[in-house]
Design a protein around this ligand. Structure first.
Ligand code: ZN
Length: 77
């Protein structure tokens, strides 16, 4: 089973479709039941999309940190 903190670590690979099928499926299952992670993913997606349009490659680590902090506050796992 994946935990919320695993989602944070795997998300970039997940969105780039670099995860193996089993891990991706486990992540899907987690997202189906976890509202904070669903919110996290949709925020991450839209922000990445927006920032890619502005400038590539600059934001991800900063963004990731901020969203990880956000997620830790939302989810007590
Ligand atoms: Zn979660």
């Amino acid at each position: 089973m994946l935990r919320c903190r695993d989602i944070v670590d795997l998300l970039a690979q997940y969105l780039d479709r670099e995860l193996d099928a089993d891990t991706a499926r486990a992540l899907d299952h987690h997202l189906a039941d976890c509202r904070p992670c669903t919110a996290f993913v949709s925020t991450y997606r839209s922000t990445v999309r927006t920032t890619r349009r502005l400038r590539e490659e600059e934001l991800p680590s900063q963004l990731r940190e901020r969203l990880a902090t956000f997620l830790r506050r939302q989810a007590r796992g």
